[in-house]
Design a binder for this molecule. Sequence first.
Ligand SMILES: [Zn+2]
Length: 340
Amino acid sequence: MHTGVFTDIPFDQDGQHHGFISIPFSVDRSPYYQIKIPVYRLKNGDGPRLLLMAGNHGDEYEGEICLSKLTRLLKPQDIQGEVTLIPFLNLPAVMAARRGSPLDHENLNRCFPGDPSGTPSRRLAYYLEHDLFGRHDVVFDIHSGGTTMAHLPLVLAEEQEKQERMQAVESLLSCMDVRYALIARNGAQAPTSMAAAARAGILGISGEFGGGGAVTPHTLATLEHALNQLMLKLGITRERIFPHSAENSPYTGSMSFLSLTSHEQAIYATRRGWFEPAAEVGDEVREGQTAGWLHDFQDCTAPQKELKFKVSGVVISRRLSVDSEAGDCLIQVGVLAAAH
Ligand SMILES: [Zn+2]
């Protein structure tokens, strides 16, 4: 009763259903408290089974807003197959407008494969990897840079060990018609939702759609377009659900693949300082080019430290917070991959 994770979602029933993933977690205010994560589900006969998730990190609002809208727009008669929508996956983090959960101070996307008797975030990760993912064919986990980081809107996936799975994942990324796709290499045992999807035997795709704790018409239009395209490609829908998507986005069309496989592609602060960027997300940059400066604000007579890119490519993310400490990632470059 007061441990584990349970749901009240009728996965086998056609129609439209609203239920919860419930995680018991006793707190001072409420000894038998349960974290109630809303789940919206549509099923219309047999067909592709798609899981859409946002709010893995609570302060990444693009996905949370778009999936909230989609729960209102999508009707069972619009689809063939199944769509499960979870707009606020790590609900305590969403409610706190934070990256991680304030209940257990965990980052859900570093908790996989999870622990059935662990913290709420670890129990949720365990349920996703060992139960919910396996009820679907594809999971699309939507992210962005969050409060402190700007991210170039792009779709992404992890490198797959099997060639046929890699081709299937790349085919899904391509259909989403976003200007850039990123292939990351974090390894099969990574504690992320994407590695969890691979371990669960389903296709995992993700994306970064902006950041800064804010949304823009362009970032939302990009994500709406990607969602339209994905559902069409899978054969779940026959026409686009978000009515005004691609025409409002400068980040769609003629996809290029980027890779993120080397520590050389990121520049980190190695001491406290103020970060002044010399490049913006989306800029094409060259090896040796100035990436920015780190100012020593505790000694104004000390010269600012010039930071240089170690590889050529496209700036995919940069730190928005000026104040930086040793260990903060300041700027990242995606390397253009061979044509696919
Ligand atoms: Zn995220």
